[in-house]
Ligand binder design. Structure first.
Ligand SMILES: Cc1ncc(C[n+]2csc(CCOP(=O)(O)OP(=O)(O)O)c2C)c(N)n1
Length: 345
C-alpha cells in the first residue's frame, strides 16, 4: 500500500470520526474488542486444528463489522440474532471467553446449552441473544417476529440480525424483509457479504449485483458499507438504529467483507484489507497507540485466554445420567415457567 493511499485513508477516518464524535477512549475500546475477538478466534481455530474442539466458523476479517454494528445496541433491551460466524458480535454483547470455551469443549457448566447443542449456537436470555438454528437464514424471520412482538408489547427494542450472502438466496430472507418492510418494523438486517457461500460465489447465486439492491423491493433503504472501515460501519449502524427505534422501519445493510479466498481448517483466508490491522495502523499513525502498548494488550489477552482454556479443559463433561435433562419439560407447571432451563433449548 502506498503511503499517499494510507494518508488519504487516515484523512477519511479523521473526518468520519469527527462527525461521529468518537473520543480516543471510545476508539481504543473498539480496537480492544476487535483485537480480543481476533485472538479468541485464532485460539478456537488452533484448537479445531488440533482436533480438541469442533463447530463454529472463523470471524477473521469480519471483526470491524461485528463490533461496529453493535455500537448503538442497548444490551439487555435490544435483541441480537446472529449466525455461526458472529463470534466478535456475541463477545461484544457480553458472552465471555470462558463461556465460549466451555461451550466449544462441551462441558457440563457450559452456560450456553450445558453441552447439549452444537457449539457456536450462542444464546443468552439475559443478554437477549437468540440462538441460531442450524438452518441458514431462519434467524431473519425470527428477528422480524421479535420486532413485531416488541411493537405489540410497546417495547422500544430493536432486533438486529446478521447473516451471510448465501442466506439472501433463501425464501426466509425474502419473507422476513417483506413483512418487516410492510409493517415498518424495528429490524436491522445485516448481510456480511464475504463473496462466497461455502463453495458458491455470490455471482453464481444472484442476478442482482448487490444484496442491498433487494431492499427497494421491500420498501426499505439498502446501503453498502466497506466492512473494513469501522467508522463507516458505525455511521451506518447509528442511522439504522435511529430509524428502527424511531418507528420508521427496517434497513438492509450490506457489509463488504474482505473477500474469502479459501476455507481451510486453519481458518478462512481472506484477500483484502485486514480491519484489525487497519485500525491498529491508524492509531499508530495518529500516535494514539504505541507498538509497546499494542504488545502489552496482546500479551494480556493471550494470558486471559490461557486461563479460560485451562479452566475449560479441566471442567467435566456432562454426567451421562443427565442425558434426558433439558430436552423436554417434565410437567405443565415447569414448561410454563419463564426461566425453565428446558425451555431454553
Ligand atoms: C437451509 C440450509 N441450507 C444449506 C445449509 C448448509 N450450509 C451451512 S453454512 C452454508 C453457507 C452459508 O453461506 P453464507 O450465508 O454466505 O455464510 P458464510 O459462511 O459465507 O459467512 C450452507 C450452504 C444449511 N445449514 N441450511
Amino acid at each position: 500500500v502506498q503511503q499517499t493511499d494510507l494518508d488519504l485513508q487516515w484523512t477519511r477516518f479523521d473526518a468520519r470520526r469527527a462527525t461521529l464524535g468518537l473520543t480516543h477512549d471510545d476508539i481504543i475500546r473498539l480496537y480492544i474488542h476487535m483485537l480480543r475477538a481476533r485472538l479468541l478466534d485464532e485460539r478456537l481455530t488452533n484448537l479445531r486444528l488440533r482436533g480438541q474442539i469442533s463447530g463454529g466458523a472463523s470471524c477473521r476479517g469480519h471483526e470491524a463489522v461485528q463490533v461496529g454494528i453493535l455500537e448503538p445496541f442497548h444490551i439487555g433491551l435490544d435483541y441480537l440474532l446472529p449466525y455461526y460466524r458472529d463470534l466478535a458480535a456475541v463477545f461484544m454483547v457480553g458472552l465471555t471467553p470462558d463461556a465460549i470455551l466451555l461451550n466449544h469443549f462441551g462441558r457440563s457448566d457450559d452456560p450456553i446449552s450445558g453441552a447439549r447443542m452444537r457449539p457456536a449456537q450462542w444464546n443468552s436470555r439475559e443478554l437477549r441473544i437468540i440462538s441460531a438454528s442450524g438452518l441458514v437464514a431462519t434467524q431473519t424471520l425470527h428477528a422480524t417476529g421479535i420486532a413485531f412482538a416488541a411493537r405489540l408489547r410497546h417495547e422500544n427494542a430493536v432486533a438486529l440480525t446478521m447473516f451471510g450472502d448465501g442466506a439472501t438466496s433463501e425464501g426466509d430472507f425474502h419473507e422476513a424483509l417483506n413483512f418487516a418492510g410492510l409493517h415498518h418494523l424495528g429490524v436491522i438486517f445485516v448481510c456480511e457479504n464475504n463473496g462466497i457461500a461455502l463453495s458458491t460465489p455470490f455471482i453464481a447465486q444472484s442476478a442482482a449485483p448487490h444484496v442491498a439492491d433487494r431492499a427497494a423491493g421491500y420498501g426499505m433503504p439498502g446501503v453498502i458499507v466497506d466492512g473494513a472501515d469501522i467508522f463507516a460501519i458505525i455511521e451506518a449502524a447509528r442511522s439504522a438504529f435511529e430509524r428502527a427505534r424511531g418507528g420508521q422501519g427496517p434497513t438492509l445493510i450490506e457489509m463488504i467483507i474482505p473477500h474469502l479466498a479459501d476455507r481451510t481448517p486453519r481458518g478462512d483466508a481472506f484477500i483484502g484489507r485486514d480491519p484489525v490491522a487497519l485500525l491498529r495502523d491508524y492509531l499508530l499513525a495518529k500516535g494514539e497507540l504505541t507498538i509497546e502498548r499494542g504488545r502489552q494488550l496482546h500479551k494480556q489477552f493471550e494470558a486471559e485466554l490461557d486461563e479460560a482454556e485451562k479452566a475449560a479443559l479441566a471442567a467435566m463433561p456432562p454426567d451421562a445420567a443427565t442425558v434426558e435433562q433439558h430436552l423436554y419439560a417434565t410437567t405443565e407447571e415447569e414448561s410454563s415457567q419463564p426461566d425453565n432451563k428446558g425451555e431454553e433449548e
